[in-house]
Ligand binder design. Structure first.
Ligand code: ADP
Length: 268
């Protein structure tokens, strides 16, 4: 018991690598030791995630801020004329950074808030139609053909959060599909689950990157080059929300052919 207490104190001081080795011959004490070891492991993982997030955020902010700083400096020193185009460029960069911070706040809120889902029956087909109507302007501008079809399935879910999932998936489909492309949303009844597929015939995702796109800040080279403006957080948000509902999300894709994202949500 004294040794366990000592280990607990060390964990409290931040030594998450420490473990109680060996057994005690008493089942209750072994359970306690196991729990303490698990606690150290869980704290270690949290610490790693926190550090990684700080590194990722610093990395994402550094480049745009450096560019912005250089451009403004050139204008202050008179090397550059502050033309409306240059000022607009700076303003757009600031808007992108503001968007990134809003995304980060959303992601942190979801990751720390998983237990506060306000669940109620949600009709996935209606939801898909509503979200699609919010994209009417972009869809028209790019000349896309968007269809929403399938079964009126009800799932037990947090309406606002699921709306965010559909919004992020559709926003990607719109972003990564060329002009006059096609997007199809299909809702299916699959026994215990409601299923929603968001399919496009856009630029696609290389096979070796498919597993990575749900990571925070991950963007494929193709989308980085296209300057589409995303920060690579949208799909991390999708995954957090769907997982918090006890559901799953998968991606299939063929480069230059298109992508299909499949979300499965339990009906109850
Ligand atoms: P972003 O804000 O960059 O769109 P996401 O997390 O939503 O971030 O997506 C991560 C990356 O996955 C994107 O940058 C893009 O490379 C790729 N991706 C996501 N959806 C699609 C899609 N429908 N078609 C092609 N690539 C996609």
């Amino acid at each position: 018991i004294a040794k366990t207490a000592d280990i607990a104190k060390q964990i409290a001081r931040g030594n998450y690598a420490i473990r109680f080795e060996g057994q005690t011959k008493t089942k209750e004490l072994d359970d306690l030791v196991l729990a303490i070891n698990h606690l150290a492991g869980a704290l270690f993982e949290q610490e790693q995630l926190r550090k990684q997030l700080a590194i990722d955020v610093a990395h994402e902010l550094r480049t745009p801020l450096a560019t912005l700083g250089m451009h403004l400096e050139a204008m202050i020193e008179g090397v550059w004329q502050p033309t409306p185009e240059r000022l607009t460029g700076c303003y757009e960069e600031i808007e992108r950074l503001t968007g990134l911070i809003a995304d980060l706040e959303r992601l942190t809120a979801i990751e720390s808030d998983t237990l506060k889902l306000r669940k109620a029956p949600v009709n996935l087909l209606d939801m898909a139609q509503t979200v699609a109507s919010h994209f009417e302007m972009e869809i028209k501008k790019k000349g896309l053909a968007v269809s929403v079809a399938g079964d009126p399935v009800y799932v037990c879910a947090d309406r606002d959060r699921i709306s965010q999932v559909v919004t992020n998936l559709l926003s990607n489909a719109v972003k990564y599909t060329r002009e006059n492309g096609n997007i199809r949303i299909t809702v299916k009844d699959a026994g215990a689950n409601g299923v929603m597929e968001v399919e496009d015939d856009g630029i696609g995702i290389p096979r070796q990157e498919l597993a990575l796109i749900f990571e925070r800040f991950y963007r494929t080279d193709k989308s980085r080059n296209r300057e589409t403006g995303g920060a690579g957080i949208g799909l991390a948000i999708v995954k957090s929300i769907v997982t918090a509902h006890g559901g799953t999300v998968e991606a299939e894709s063929r480069l230059e052919r298109g992508s299909r994202f499949t979300v499965r949500l339990p009906k109850r």
